[in-house]
Every structure is written in C-alpha cells, then in structure tokens.
Design a binder for this molecule. Structure first.
Ligand SMILES: NC(=O)c1ccc[n+]([C@@H]2O[C@H](COP(=O)([O-])OP(=O)(O)OC[C@H]3O[C@@H](n4cnc5c(N)ncnc54)[C@H](OP(=O)(O)O)[C@@H]3O)[C@@H](O)[C@H]2O)c1
Length: 284
C-alpha cells in the first residue's frame, strides 16, 4: 500500500488519482476528511490527523511499502517531514518519494528550498531508498490570479523577465505516482520542468491565446508583492518565506530545464496553453 501525505493537495490528489486508476491501494493523510472526499470516493483509505503528530504518523504508516511525502510549506515542514522519514524507517518502508523543489541545494538561502534541501539530507542519512522530485514553478500558482485575470485582464508578480520551466502540478502528480509504483534499484534525484524556459510575458501570451482576449503581465516590485502577501496570507513566516523565494526566482533560480518529466511521462509535459484549456472555466 502507498501512503500519500498531503492527499488533498495539488500533487497528492493528482498522484493518488493516478495510482487508484491503475489499481494501487492508497492511504491518504489529511487534517480534514471533507477535503479528501474525492480521493475517498475513488477508493483511497483516509487517515485524519496532523503530519506533525507521532501517533498519527505511526498509524498512517502501518503496512505501507512506499511513502509519497508532500506537505504544504510552513515552519513545521522540516520537523514533520523528518518525522515521517524517521517513522518510515521504523515501520519498514521500502521507498520514499519526496516532493522537493528545483531550487533545493546547498546554496539555497530562502527558507522553503533551504528546508527541502535539509530534509533531503536527513532522508539520505537514513537507510531508506529515496527518489527526490524537484519540480520547477507550478502552473497552478496562476490560479491565485484568477480574479485579477477575470476582472482586470492582468496579473502581477515580482519576477521581472526571469524565466522558469513552469510545469503542470497534475503532471508532477502523475510522475510522482509512476515513480511510486515500482521500487527502483537505486535512489535518485530528478528535476521536473516543462519543455521550455519562458518568462511571464510569454505565459501571458499563452493565456491570451486560450482566453481569446489580451492578458498582460505586470512586473511588480518586491515591496509591492510583500505588501500584497501581507494582506492575503495570515502567517508572517509564510509571507517572508514566499517573498524571499521570489527574490531568488527573479534572480534566475528556476532558469533550468530537465528532460526527466518527459522521460517518465512518455510524452511532453503540458504547456501553459494546455493547462489553460483544462482550467479556462476558472479564468473565463
Ligand atoms: N507551488 C510551486 O510552484 C511548487 C514548486 C515546486 C515545489 N513545490 C513544493 O510542493 C509542495 C506542496 O505541494 P502541493 O502544492 O501539492 O501542496 P498543497 O496543494 O499546498 O497542499 C498541501 C497538502 O499538505 C497537507 N498538509 C499541510 N500541513 C499539514 C499538516 N500539518 N498535517 C497534515 N497534512 C498537512 C494538506 O492537507 P490538509 O490541508 O487537507 O490537512 C494538503 O494536502 C511544497 O513542499 C512546495 O515547496 C511547490
């Protein structure tokens, strides 16, 4: 059986859907079983609890051979993911598939990628077989601008003309599931990106084509972005972490492509136009 922490999230829900469609048994962890109803209807067993609690994690890990480790960003992420890794060793898990990020590395200074790198190092020091999946920027982040795109035909980000290898989180979920379906001979680290490096003016052009009206990308200052986040995100930790992450992305931290996504999917990953076609009802 495969445990998906974060089964209600973007990657976890997509991964579990793919696993269940392919006949695998899935257990999912969430704090709110109402949010996991779709996965439960598809056949997932749902465990309700907090990923930071030892008892919850121990119970969730019973009879599990593979863990898909994905949790939301937060001050708790390092402790929680290390707890899952530690308890995975104790309960005899064979393979852990961790959702990390493409900026994770020894030079990362922003809290989110720095924490991913520390978690990776923690897992490497256990005897677990691991696959670290390091995705580029998720297309789903564009959903945050649905209202602005709908009402003002524009969106703002503090990323200047920096490029990313933006990727659909549904593809990341499918890749995660495919990787989890078979315990590999060796541990590995895979970078997950779309096919092309594009900036957000290119993203706006692809959105415009699908919606049939002009959408523009406004190059926002980091100060304005920080002020905006402070109004919409209650946690000061999160505001600071996202602001610092976006400074790194503006400096080119995500200007990196990999063919791993295409190789695992056996097809090209979705481009922004395909993502928009699927989700245009949100932006129309
Ligand atoms: N966004 C990007 O562009 C991007 C790019 C690369 C990597 N990443 C990485 O991807 C990961 C996020 O993946 P995602 O977007 O699929 O997540 P998401 O949509 O933000 O969902 C987070 C999931 O984690 C669960 N969770 C959070 N705190 C929890 C807790 N204390 N106890 C139990 N469950 C908890 C949530 O469950 P409930 O709320 O249901 O309890 C939810 O299922 C992050 O580590 C991020 O750094 C993101």
């Amino acid at each position: 059986m495969i445990l998906v922490t974060g089964i209600t999230g973007r990657v976890g829900s997509s991964a579990s859907r793919y696993l269940l469609d392919n006949g695998f048994s899935v257990r999912g962890l969430t704090r709110d079983d109402q949010k996991a109803r779709e996965s439960a209807d598809l056949g997932a067993e749902i465990v309700v609890g907090d990923v930071s609690e030892v008892t919850t994690v121990k119970n969730a890990l019973k009879d599990i051979s593979t863990v898909i480790l994905v949790t939301g960003n937060g001050a708790h992420q390092f402790e929680a993911e290390c707890l899952v890794a530690r308890e995975s060793v104790a309960s005899g898990v064979e393979h852990i598939v961790k959702i990390s990020s493409m900026e994770a590395g020894p030079d990362a200074t922003a809290p989110i990628p720095a924490s991913h790198y520390k978690i990776e190092r923690f897992i490497q020091d256990t005897r677990l077989k691991y696959t670290f999946l390091r995705p580029n920027f998720f297309m789903q982040n564009l959903m945050l601008f649905a209202h602005s795109i709908k009402t003002l035909n524009q969106f703002s980000l503090p990323l200047g003309k920096a490029k990313t290898g933006i990727i659909d989180a549904d593809d990341v979920g499918e890749i995660t599931a495919r990787v989890a379906m078979k315990t590999p001979a060796n541990s590995s680290i895979l970078g997950l990106s779309g096919e092309k490096l594009i900036d957000f003016h290119d993203v706006a052009r692809q959105i415009s084509q699908v919606l049939g009206r002009e959408i523009t990308y406004h190059e926002q200052s980091h100060e304005d972005f920080h002020a905006h986040l402070s109004k919409v995100i209650p946690s000061p930790w999160h505001v600071d972490a996202v602001s610092r992450l976006f400074v790194e992305i503006a400096d080119g931290a995500l200007e990196s492509l990999s063919t791993d996504a295409r190789n695992i999917l056996g097809r090209k990953p979705n481009d922004v136009a395909a993502f928009m076609e699927k989700n245009k009802f949100v932006f129309a």
